[in-house]
Design a protein around this ligand. Sequence first.
Ligand SMILES: C[S@@+](CC[C@H](N)C(=O)[O-])C[C@H]1O[C@@H](n2cnc3c(N)ncnc32)[C@H](O)[C@@H]1O
Length: 211
Amino acid sequence: MSASDPRSFWEDVYQTRRATSSGQPSAALVRVASGLTPGRALDLGSSNGDDVIWLAQQGWQALGVDISETACNRARQQAEALGLDGRARFEARDLSRGLPEGRFDLVTAFFLQSPVDLARNTILHAGADRVAPGGHLLVLAHAAPPPWASDDMKARAHEMPTVQSELDAIGYTPRQWIQMQAEIVHREGRGPDGTTAQLQDTFVLLQRRAD
Ligand SMILES: C[S@@+](CC[C@H](N)C(=O)[O-])C[C@H]1O[C@@H](n2cnc3c(N)ncnc32)[C@H](O)[C@@H]1O
């Protein structure tokens, strides 16, 4: 496999640079899911599992999918240690090749972005298809490179998602979805050298109409 093969690339990330997890869920997830009745949840690009584990702790049956077997194993071990292995499950899978079957009351994708091949728009569209009637879709993405980004990433800033490109990828229509939030949001981020900056994210929260 080449160095830019997605599976090798992300395995290397999780075996080296992201060998530990913060143990903290996404603030956006906490804000959104705290207002929902727990049901079935699917997290696309679940990393070390913090978001799925938090959902399970709130009573959701949550499934995380990530291309990295290492990240999924780490997440499974953590879920087991917390006695949540019945409610927090993890599947190592290349989402570019397809999503798990089923319908989910909440589908999330947090920063499902990659410097190597990723059929992101196809995945978001398929993720939206998995949302059950009345269920929610929450997608956050980096909308601009941080000041500490590589020159290569800065040169490709024009390829980063906009709110409109996210809605297009999802296949949003007002007939099928209620648009609860779709905007650029700002948050403070910390770079590798410890400096902080205001970062821009696209934030899209939709609810599938019940009929
Ligand atoms: C930028 S990280 C974001 C992780 C996490 N959701 C977060 O908010 O911190 C992107 C994640 O997507 C995963 N990923 C990348 N390509 C993938 C693919 N083709 N199929 C499944 N997961 C993938 C990576 O392994 C990584 O965990």
